[in-house]
Design a protein around this ligand. Structure first.
Ligand code: NI
Length: 270
């Protein structure tokens, strides 16, 4: 089903005591966590009047896995960025001794502020990456900024990439996962089940023309950011989808949970 590109969605959050498109509050609360966790901050460029931020855990070590988590590619999927904030608020800095973490907390700020899917230029920030399936599909403004840092992103996602989306049309949760395997591993299943603690899992069948089985769309390659990074060597990829028809704060918590599960699964347990 085609999701509307410019219909505005906005939810109330009791957790953060704001509307889901309160971008100024989002950045100010994020800045508190950046300071508390001593995250290193890079501005990849601007989208509208906002910075496209990349954050990295301090004192990264060669022996640790490199893990990337991104959120906020689509503006009507705000529980991803708020979920990352919630995840960071509960994160202890000592985890950085065991994992090199890179974060893209809000890739499409102009869409987020308007509560609509596409950016202010009318582009889809999660399409047009230079993948094998790309037939001259143009990249968005935000995508082009990410591509300027392609080497950094490939290195940062070497052991895995999680990108947190929502499906505004659905009542149930599901994931996309990407692995060099015939069927989803225990890791894919545990990420699906993290969402399953909050919502029912989508039934077997089809979503967006893709076969979904046991809540997982497996190895579906397109021109998305996650497909791109897996093609460029990320060992594992997951795109999580919380249901936009459900309570907003539950969606925030589910996003934080899937990030937490991902880190715990991929960190260096020595
Ligand atoms: Ni999305």
């Amino acid at each position: 089903m085609l999701r509307p590109a410019f219909e505005s969605y906005n939810w109330n959050s009791d957790l953060f005591n704001c509307q889901s498109n309160d971008i100024d509050l989002f950045y100010s609360l994020l800045n508190l966590q950046i300071s508390r966790l001593k995250l290193e901050q890079k501005v990849l460029g601007n989208a509208g009047e906002y910075p496209l931020l990349l954050l990295q855990s301090p004192n990264q070590q060669e022996s640790n896995p490199n893990v990337l988590i991104s959120a906020g590619f689509h503006g009507e999927e705000p529980a991803g960025p708020w979920g990352m904030l919630h995840f960071l608020m509960h994160l202890r800095a000592d985890v950085f001794a065991t994992v090199n973490l890179t974060l893209l907390p809000l890739v499409n700020p102009t869409g987020f502020e308007q509560g609509h899917r596409f950016n202010e230029l009318g582009q889809n920030p999660n399409r047009g990456f230079p993948t094998q399936t790309n037939n001259n599909e143009l990249i968005s403004h935000e995508g082009a900024l990410l591509i300027e840092y392609v080497d950094l992103l490939i290195d940062a996602s070497k052991n895995g990439v999680l990108t947190c989306h929502e499906d505004v049309l659905l009542n149930d949760s599901y994931i996309y996962s990407f692995e060099e395997a015939d069927k989803p591993s225990a890791l894919s299943q545990s990420l699906r089940d993290s969402l399953g603690r909050y919502f029912a899992t989508a039934q077997n069948g089809e979503i967006d023309g893709c076969t979904i089985k046991d809540g997982i769309i497996f190895n579906h390659f397109d021109t998305s950011f996650e497909s791109f990074l897996v093609e460029r060597g990320a060992k594992f990829g997951c795109c999580s989808e919380t249901p936009g028809q459900q309570n907003f704060d539950q969606r925030v918590k589910a996003n934080a949970q899937v990030m937490q599960t991902f880190i715990l699964a991929l960190h260096n347990s020595g």
